[in-house]
Design a protein around this ligand. Sequence first.
Ligand SMILES: NC(=O)c1ccc[n+]([C@@H]2O[C@H](COP(=O)([O-])OP(=O)(O)OC[C@H]3O[C@@H](n4cnc5c(N)ncnc54)[C@H](O)[C@@H]3O)[C@@H](O)[C@H]2O)c1
Length: 391
Amino acid sequence: MMNEKNKKQVKIVLAGAGGYGVHYVEHLLARRQDDIQLVAIADPIAQKSPVWQKIRHVPCYSDLATCLDQIHADAVIIASPIQYHAAQVTAALAHGAQVLCEKPLCATLDQGEKIVRLSEQTGLHVAVGFQWSFHPVILAAKNDVMNGLYGTPETFKTIVHWPRSLAYYQRNSWAGRLKDSAGLPVYDSVISNATSHYLHNMLFFLGQTLDEAAMPDQIEGRLWRGQPIENYDTAFVKMKKNISGHKPAEMIMIASHLAEKERPPRIEMKFSEGRLYIEGARLTGERFGKLAGGASEVIDYGLTQGGEDVAHKTDALIRAVRKNEKPVCHARTACPHLHVIDWLQRHCQIDQVPQSKLCVKDADGSKWYSMKGLDQLIDHLADTCQLPDGF
Ligand SMILES: NC(=O)c1ccc[n+]([C@@H]2O[C@H](COP(=O)([O-])OP(=O)(O)OC[C@H]3O[C@@H](n4cnc5c(N)ncnc54)[C@H](O)[C@@H]3O)[C@@H](O)[C@H]2O)c1
């Protein structure tokens, strides 16, 4: 039955109205306005947002904490640059709001752990915008994994060839940076940001409960930089998760912005009795030899993409306000991703790709860096589950 809290219009403040925040603006304005209201925007340059004309009637502040001092919010959505997430989540919780923060949760593990403690102390939820973890298709498959349909996890692989031009790094002042110009940690990289969904997803599927992601027990990595940026643009990561009574589950993630050709991500999770894989955005399960005659049973979970990502995440935020429901991907769920990123930044040097291996092309008004032979090297390492010895 609907009580007063269930019925009330949820008042939402959005931090960050340009970039990815545009999707939240469009979604919030398209939702039933007796259901939610976008009560304020916090963005120091909101006027530069491509959707400014649609939000110019909404009160706009350059600072989220000041905004929340003056405007009541039941919920805050944070789609601002990574270096501001920790302080903005803290401000939102201090003002009694439920939070949805875009991925990555924040720049460092230390910040992430503080957010987990604050969320637990205040009893307020912090949803983290890894959209696959809110997607019904992913959640159906994870439930089947937890129910033992595929047996024990053995080897998970995620391989991403995503070339990016210099324009990608020049789209804002923090892309590819370790710290911003004010000295705030950013640690933006190919796996902390662009392909973070895929790294988080492997850890999420190893979680023991629907809202848990597994903390790896071992991490090894190689970080390469070919583009003129501070941080790395290519990451090779091997992780192990101990499983009681079984061999550890192995994970390999290779992601590069120096790839020669763009390819759809190659994602496969192999278990003792089956596998899950994503091809053409469709998630399929295969249970080895489960049908008559030893044929494998195939389960079509459906498409993992379909334009409803922002709706799924916002729905979870609204349920946190109305029913105090814990989002399926919350601050603690997002910490294993932060742990891997943090570990790599602390323990692995960033190796500079030799000039002789680099190729630079002009296209679409920008420069595109790639590394000769990288695509074949990645294929080989993915097949053999190895890290590279050198260039
Ligand atoms: N879930 C996804 O698929 C997805 C996709 C892209 C980006 N993101 C995430 O969204 C966040 C923003 O990324 P982006 O590429 O849109 O960044 P961006 O640099 O384009 O900035 C987004 C907006 O934040 C505003 N902003 C800058 N400083 C601010 C501040 N102090 N307070 C409030 N707003 C501020 C900017 O003016 C801009 O309008 C990042 O965490 C990123 O990882 C998520």
